[in-house]
Ligand binder design. Structure first.
Ligand SMILES: Nc1ncnc2c1ncn2[C@@H]1O[C@H](COP(=O)(O)OP(=O)(O)OP(=O)(O)O)[C@@H](O)[C@H]1O
Ligand SMILES: [Mg+2]
Length: 336
């Protein structure tokens, strides 16, 4: 029997040593019962040092208390999945995806398995993709505003001048055509400006997040024939370009989804400070949609990018069905 057990243990060690990630097992007393080679390397320990070590001692108090909610949930029998930036004992930081899988015998939780994957490269790629998309939008917005928009505006001025000349020559019908060209050019300039503003939120730099969201909601009302209000119960300035830009982009995507998919007619964007949390909420009165952002399998990119942006600053993203109908997209971020 002992021989069989040790054979099994050797097999498990060999198997997990070849796995591309950290594999471990923690008892319900939070003592290590198993750790594969990768796990040992990560924490700079050998198998003897690891065996029976307390989780608090291995992780340190700070990381342990951050992980505690997931630990207790796993010990209640619930599978846990979360991302963490971890610092190795050699000082190197890596992005990780951790799974806690409860070990159940009947109804009793005996401990939990841990699987930690290093997702640093994936996170870097995600960040690069979003940065490229952001840069493309910026370049396109600038081009529309500074180049195409200016050219169409010049054509409009020339059409106006032509209209005056033709009128002076007494050809009222031709003057009407010139006037119509001028009016269409003016309309096209407005559209260029609006597109450029969507792609390149100038107001973020000049007026900060509050001004930009205010401006955005009036633009939505004017462009889509819906009502879009901005309510702000948060006076502090949200600067730190990236945070403001990410929140702004999340609001943009949520509003676009509400109008395109939900058929919403009334929208409210609000920014508030609730129980120490900065909360951005976008409510719509559309057909309603609730999802776990992390598990939504959709062909679209919008929700995935929203989730990525929320992760960037450690915020949670939720899609909630509103009691009165419609959807609330809610981003909550604990103030540091
Ligand atoms: N406010 C909403 N009301 C109703 N349905 C929604 C709402 N938000 C999202 N959805 C649903 O979720 C799906 C996924 O949204 P997501 O933004 O990820 O993709 P998309 O809008 O279809 O494409 P993309 O954003 O890439 O242009 C949508 O296709 C829609 O079915
Ligand atoms: Mg979308």
């Amino acid at each position: 029997m002992t021989d069989l057990l040790s054979k099994n243990e050797r097999f498990m060690t060999t198997l997990t040593d070849f796995m591309p990630g950290m594999v471990g097992y923690w008892t319900k007393e939070l003592r290590s019962a198993f750790a594969n080679r990768e796990y040992l390397n990560w924490f700079g320990k050998n198998a003897e040092e690891m065996k029976g070590i307390r989780m608090q001692d291995l992780l340190g108090e700070a990381l342990f208390s951050k992980n505690e909610p997931f630990i207790w949930a796993a010990l209640e029998g619930r599978v846990q999945e979360f991302e963490r930036t971890l610092t190795k004992t050699n000082g190197e930081t890596r992005e990780t995806l951790t799974h806690y899988i409860p070990h159940l015998e009947g109804n009793e939780v005996r401990g939990f398995f841990v699987l930690i994957l290093d997702i640093t490269e994936r996170k870097q790629l995600e960040a690069a993709l979003v940065a490229v998309a952001e840069e493309r939008q910026r370049a396109l917005g600038q081009e529309l505003h500074d180049n195409l928009g200016q050219q169409i505006a010049a054509m409009g001025y020339q059409a106006r001048a032509l209209e005056k000349k033709i009128l002076a020559s007494g050809d009222a019908d031709s003057a009407k055509i010139a006037a119509s060209i001028a009016a269409q050019a003016q309309h096209a300039v407005m559209q260029c400006k609006q597109l450029a503003q969507g792609l390149l939120p100038f107001e973020l730099e000049s007026n900060g997040l509050l001004g930009a969201l205010q401006e955005f909601s009036s633009r939505v009302s004017n462009t889509y024939g819906v009502t879009c209000h901005f309510v702000c119960q948060y006076e502090a300035v949200v600067d730190g370009g990236n945070l403001a830009l990410n929140l702004y982009r999340i609001a943009q995507e949520a509003v676009n989804n509400a109008i395109r998919h939900g058929g919403a007619k009334h929208l409210t964007i609000s920014l508030a400070l609730e129980k120490g949390c900065l909360c951005l909420s976008i409510c719509d009165d559309g057909c309603g949609f609730a999802a776990d952002a992390k598990q939504t399998a959709s062909a679209g990119m919008g929700i995935k990018i929203m989730q990525y942006r929320a992760n960037q600053f450690g915020a949670t993203l939720q899609f909630l069905l509103r009691a009165e109908g419609g959807t609330e997209v809610r981003v909550e971020m604990r103030e540091s």
